[in-house]
Design a protein around this ligand. Structure first.
Ligand code: IYR
Length: 223
């Protein structure tokens, strides 16, 4: 990539009436309040178009130097999902049965997590998000700036978009995640960031009884 010059174009923007802003803000808040991390998936099929649209939304995220340092690998093949599950469970079992501290295990108790990961096979899709730690252009390494932060923002967009389509997700970080690059045949400049089973919740799905911090605990207004 050569040096790209600054060639600005007009912003496409129409300022909404303030009442419309309030309505949109409330509607979005109500939507996002209903998002829950789901650990029990139906194997009912999901149209691939929904996954594609959500990944396109993720691709609208801002990124350091606009380098868009992300790759979203969509897995639906049952054999491959089975291999991912087996590899994730191998790591997770070792973690739950010794690598994680007792404090960590205790902190997870209210989430009901454990090393078996049937959702990797049950969910019709697994999206594995990779961070491109550096770029490769014409065989040359290109430094990426704020790649992790950028990918984190894109994953937030992805989770919101999937939720808006009525799909459930689980942000799963099997640790260590090196097996994902090997299993999915990704290049050396890509590092797995998160594995996200996507699908409909199973009938009668249960979730942990959690509350979110109220606004006044998470927001500080310095007038
Ligand atoms: N990666 C493990 C453990 C785990 C860790 C945290 I922090 C969580 O919020 C949930 C689980 C797993 O996926 O089970």
């Amino acid at each position: 990539m050569g040096e790209l010059d600054y060639t600005p174009v007009p912003l496409e923007y129409e300022r909404p009436a303030v009442e419309q802003s309030f309505a949109a803000a409330r509607t979005f808040l109500e939507l996002m309040r209903r998002r829950r991390t789901v650990r029990h998936f139906s194997s009912d099929p999901v149209p691939l178009e929904l996954i594609r649209d959500a990944i396109e939304v993720a691709g609208t995220a801002p990124s350091g130097a606009h380098q868009q340092p992300w790759t979203f690998v969509v897995v639906s093949d049952p054999g491959l999902k089975g291999r991912l599950r087996a590899a994730a469970e191998k790591e997770e079992r070792a973690s739950y049965e010794g690598r994680m501290s007792p404090e960590w295990i205790a902190a997870l108790r209210r989430l009901g997590t454990d090393w078996p990961k049937p959702h990797i096979e049950d969910a019709p899709y697994v999206i594995v998000v990779f961070e491109q730690t550096y770029g490769v252009v014409d065989g040359e390494k290109v430094k990426h700036y704020y790649a992790r932060e950028s990918v984190g923002i894109a994953v937030g967009f992805l989770l919101a978009a999937l939720h808006a389509s009525g799909l459930a997700t689980l942000t799963h970080t099997p640790s260590p995640m090196g097996f994902l690059r090997d299993e999915l045949g990704r290049p050396a400049n890509e590092r797995a960031f998160v594995l996200i089973p996507v699908g409909y919740p199973v009938d009668g799905c249960l979730v942990p009884d959690l509350e979110r911090k109220p606004l006044d605990e998470i927001m500080v207004h310095l007038p």
